[in-house]
Design a protein around this ligand. Structure first.
Ligand code: FES
Length: 172
């Protein structure tokens, strides 16, 4: 009977010591883990919008704008210059297209192919897109130019993240 009580006491002390040790260890390790993974938990930066000019500056003719974005990926921070071809149609709808060709990533320009006026043209492999960025069927690109999220605030145009352009290919 006395032995049983002693074993129980030992067992209790073992559990109590293990519990206390575990609690102290968790208290020390948790802040370290939190510090180590904090930037990852916060996700990727770059979701902010950037002002690129007054909305009145844009019209039906594509206009190239350049803007800087500050990105933070984990502990790595950088600043890069991006660009967009921006149009505003007669309904006031704004479209901001990425100039990066969807074939192999060259830069497209507006209206530079005399044989196909009023299109975006990629000089690398003669890729072509219409004014809404839809790829012209039969040319190398198989997807339409990505577009930026857009927002108009206080008369200014802001561009956000890039997203896929849903327009299908068109015959040209
Ligand atoms: S990279 Fe533009 S057509 Fe090939």
């Amino acid at each position: 009977m006395g032995d049983n009580r002693e074993i129980s006491r030992r067992t209790f002390l073992n559990y109590a010591l293990m519990g206390t040790g575990g609690f102290l260890a968790a208290g020390m390790i948790t802040p370290m883990i939190r510090f180590a993974v904090d930037p990852l938990l916060k996700g990727h930066a770059g979701g902010d919008t950037v002002a690129v000019g007054s909305v009145d500056d844009f019209g039906p003719e594509p206009k190239l704008v350049e803007f800087k974005v500050h990105t933070k990926d984990g502990w790595y921070e950088s600043e890069s210059t991006l660009s967009a071809w921006v149009t505003k149609n007669e309904k006031g709808e704004i479209l901001a297209l990425s100039p990066i060709c969807k074939h192999l990533g060259c830069t497209v320009n507006w209206n530079t192919d005399p044989n196909h006026p009023n299109e975006y043209f990629c000089p690398c492999h003669l890729g072509r897109y219409d004014i809404e960025g839809a790829h012209i069927l039969g040319t190398p690109p198989t997807a339409s130019l990505d577009e930026y999220e857009t927002e108009v605030k206080d008369g200014k145009l802001y561009l956000g993240k890039l997203k896929p352009n849903p327009r299908p290919g068109v015959s040209g």
